[in-house]
Design a protein around this ligand. Sequence first.
Ligand SMILES: CC(C)(COP(=O)(O)OP(=O)(O)OC[C@H]1O[C@@H](n2cnc3c(N)ncnc32)[C@H](O)[C@@H]1OP(=O)(O)O)[C@@H](O)C(=O)NCCC(=O)NCCS
Length: 185
Amino acid sequence: METSNPIYAETNRLVLRHFCLEDVDSFYKYRSNPLVSQFQSWENYTQKDAESFVNRQIVHKPNEPGSWFQFAIALANSNELIGDCALHTPLAEPRIVEIGFTLAPEHQGKGYANEAVGALLDYIFHTQKKHKVIAFTDVRNEKSIRVLERIGMRREGHLLQNYMSKGHWVDEYLYAILQTEWVDR
Ligand SMILES: CC(C)(COP(=O)(O)OP(=O)(O)OC[C@H]1O[C@@H](n2cnc3c(N)ncnc32)[C@H](O)[C@@H]1OP(=O)(O)O)[C@@H](O)C(=O)NCCC(=O)NCCS
């Protein structure tokens, strides 16, 4: 597997790195899994969707205002793709960024999301010097809520019927953490 891709952050067990073409099959496998898409807007994800997603990610860089950047989460010892972390840098206020995260089901329940999101927050606050990080989660997504609260993000809002998922308007919680809170924790 390609190992010369840029690495943005590292932990004992993981790396957050640039996506590469070799990731397409693993990415497709978990993205198309109904357990993974249960609380997401997409459904019926195809291999072609995965190919174009990875191809688009390869030419992106983090911190481009007006775009989402997806970090590949890979095992440090094998470089195998096990999930991804997303980073949205809005055009209107690029100092406040939004994150998201996904793990392949066979890699859940081991603390990898906690480790990856911690490394991502270090990168965002220490390297990119952002002011605030926010995240939205479906109010029914207990695993995601546990990740956000365990990492120290605060629930700042309950947004009624805030996104369309599988034909229904769904409530979301808004979570957030300030740079000062992360650095001083
Ligand atoms: C959200 C998601 C990433 C959470 O994954 P997860 O595996 O539950 O989260 P973590 O990797 O941090 O693992 C935490 C669990 O591992 C356990 N664990 C086992 N070994 C561990 C270790 N060495 N270190 C830390 N935790 C460990 C923890 O006790 C915890 O279990 P609990 O939640 O039952 O208390 C996953 O459910 C997912 O990908 N969902 C689909 C996509 C999605 O909805 N994303 C959210 C959008 S905002």
